[in-house]
Design a protein around this ligand. Structure first.
Ligand SMILES: [Zn+2]
Ligand SMILES: [Zn+2]
Length: 362
């Protein structure tokens, strides 16, 4: 454990991290030799917890060819001298590098910066490590009262909250809704992201959503049910004719898009969240989509500021965390995250459980 109080950027040279070997078929833990020049414009945070995400698992199967440090969900503590030194932070994964600002950045859409990198996915080292170096603009301070183990959920929660941005208030166009009627949404998939999407919709303070979750694990869906989701076995997706206003595809498998298009009513919206290695090869019926005028929307990252605010208001998400594994066993954590019934696996990157529990998680 380094002495954080004395730590400025110049003292950081080597840190332990998980990186894939050349063909991404195996992983190892190594000591990074950081170029000090490359760190000089960045703020260093000590990682407390990092979360293993379905995207990380897909990357081990070749979703992205990336040879840096893996991981993009974390909560850390800033150790560089700066205006937010020593504070707990989470991060927007999109690191913009345009100069002057590109069109998306000029319109506050830096997730689509033409010169962006994404931490732990492409172009920028990630957070399965003792430390991460990021621009100040990527960091968001975690408000007091949110435990680090919950704060690590900010990045996937932001992505889940973003789903509501793509569901129109009049979701079916020429079928007028009565103001009192909730917007009905099917969530396909009972993984971490599916559950967070259900929770995000059910805790939306602006609009009322009725959420139906389709999955295979009763235990996992119980988390969403505790927030008011109706739960169904995945077999029911195709067993009857549904007419949801919107369907959110979070299955993590190919094949979900074609099922989702059949579950919405005419002029309904399908929101795609799944990223799979090899593109998936889903076979959709274009004629069905045209005849029923279905909107299909891809959806990725959300606003971190929304997520930390929502975490402050929403309790009950501790049930999403299945296990906490030390960094030195981080490769096992990625394997564990793929086991049936397992939800979020956290990597404890600096013995946080041992050292900081009394300070941070009273
Ligand atoms: Zn993720
Ligand atoms: Zn840009």
């Amino acid at each position: 454990m380094l002495n954080l109080r004395n730590a400025g950027n110049p003292t950081y040279k080597n840190w332990t991290a998980i990186v894939p070997c050349r063909d991404a078929s195996c992983w190892w833990i190594c000591c990074l030799d950081q170029s000090q020049a490359s760190l000089s414009q960045l703020l260093i945070s000590q990682i407390l917890y990092a979360g293993v995400c379905a995207t990380d698992v897909e990357m081990t199967k070749g979703y992205r060819e990336f040879h840096g440090v893996m991981g993009h969900e974390f909560v850390g503590r800033v150790v560089s001298p700066c205006d937010i030194a020593d504070q707990l932070v989470v991060a927007d994964i999109n690191v913009r590098a345009c100069s002057p600002p590109c069109d998306p950045c000029g319109h506050d859409r830096s997730a689509h910066c033409v010169a962006r990198s994404a931490i732990g996915i492409f172009g920028h080292d990630g957070c399965f490590a003792e430390y991460i170096a990021l621009p100040r603009q990527n960091l968001y301070v975690v408000p007091p009262g949110i435990s680090p183990r919950l704060a690590v959920l900010s990045e996937p929660l932001a992505a889940a909250i973003h789903v509501a941005d793509d569901i129109p208030s009049d979701p079916v166009g020429h079928y007028p809704l009565s103001p009192a009627r909730p917007i009905s949404v099917a969530v396909l998939g009972d993984g971490k992201l599916g559950i967070l999407v259900a929770v995000a919709l059910l805790t939306d303070s602006n609009r009322k959503f009725e959420v139906h979750m389709f999955g295979r694990h009763r235990g996992k869906m119980a988390v969403a049910a505790s927030f008011g989701a109706n739960t169904h076995d995945a077999d029911e997706e195709t067993r009857r004719r549904w007419s949801f206003d919107a369907a959110v595809e979070c299955t993590g498998r190919s094949g979900g898009l074609s099922v989702a298009t059949k579950m919405v009513r005419p002029k309904g919206t399908v929101i795609l969240k799944t990223t799979v290695a090899g593109g998936g090869g889903d076979i959709v019926d274009p004629t069905f989509i045209v005849v029923n005028e279905i909107r299909i929307v891809g959806s990725r990252c959300g606003r971190m500021s929304d997520a930390v605010e929502r975490l402050r208001l929403v309790g009950g998400l501790h049930a999403l965390i299945s296990a906490v594994v030390p960094l030195r066993q981080g490769v096992d954590a990625i394997a564990l995250a793929q086991q049936g019934g397992v939800l979020k696996v956290l990597i404890d990157c600096c013995d946080t459980d041992d050292i900081l529990r009394s300070e941070l998680d009273p």
